[in-house]
Design a protein around this ligand. Structure first.
Ligand SMILES: *Cc1c(COP(=O)(O)O)cnc(C)c1O
Length: 217
């Protein structure tokens, strides 16, 4: 496990250098969805402290005990979030990558105020404009950001999941350009198959599951 992590970290470092960036600018999120504590514990023991989950309920079931055992673990929600789960999500997660519609933004604004907690927020952008995927269309991102701010939220970045059958670099470049135009500094992009490309193009947060924890099937 520590070898898999070390390999990923070395690949992040060389991709960062190739892109003229510092590896310190990249946060590696180990995506632990579907894996149980037995598989996650060795990754924690190897020094990893930032983890990603895509379902609130699954994360609630396994992370409180793991976090009690090892202080300093940050949890990122990377999957779609239902507005009626905003309360639990704000309570458990340090970052939410899937802010993608006004109703959810309203629920998050109410909960961040009520709980006096401010998770790092990313607006999800549907760069491939795929109907089945969450996220706002690129042309709607500026308006959505303004709406979030008027609710009192302070999103810091953009997130995307490129279409499976397209060149991810095009989507990463589009997301980076959009974030630059909007004045947002954080970019959540890149998974096991394409994180090096994402790092070269400016990713600050990469979401890597199977390359660290193994196959989910
Ligand atoms: C599962 C998941 C990942 C990680 O995928 P891998 O291919 O296993 O690295 C990244 N981002 C999101 C949104 C995911 O749901």
């Amino acid at each position: 496990m520590s070898q898999a992590l070390a390999d990923i970290r070395a690949r992040i470092a060389s991709a960062a250098r190739a892109g003229g960036r510092s590896p310190d600018e990249v946060t590696l999120i180990a995506v632990s969805k579907t894996f149980g504590a037995d598989t996650i514990e060795p990754v924690i023991a190897a020094g990893q402290r930032v983890f990603g989950e895509n379902r609130v309920q699954e994360a609630q079931g396994k992370w409180p005990a793991l976090q009690a055992a090892t202080p300093g673990i940050a949890l990122h929600l990377i999957g779609q979030l239902q507005s009626n789960k905003a309360r639990e999500a704000v309570a458990l997660f340090d970052a939410i990558h899937s802010v993608d519609r006004l109703s959810l933004a309203k629920a998050l604004a109410a909960e961040t105020a009520r709980q006096n907690r401010s998770p790092l927020l990313f607006l999800q952008v549907n760069t491939g404009e795929e109907p089945q995927k969450g996220g706002v269309a690129p042309k709607e991102a500026a308006g959505f950001l303004a709406e979030c701010r008027s609710l009192g939220l302070d999103p810091q970045g953009l997130m995307c999941i490129p279409p499976e059958d397209e060149e991810p670099a095009l989507h990463f470049a589009l997301l980076a350009e959009l974030a630059h135009r909007l004045g947002l500094s954080k970019l959540s992009m890149g998974m096991s198959a394409d994180f090096e490309t994402a790092v070269k193009l400016g990713a600050t947060h990469i979401r890597v599951g199977s390359a660290i924890l193994g196959s989910r099937v």
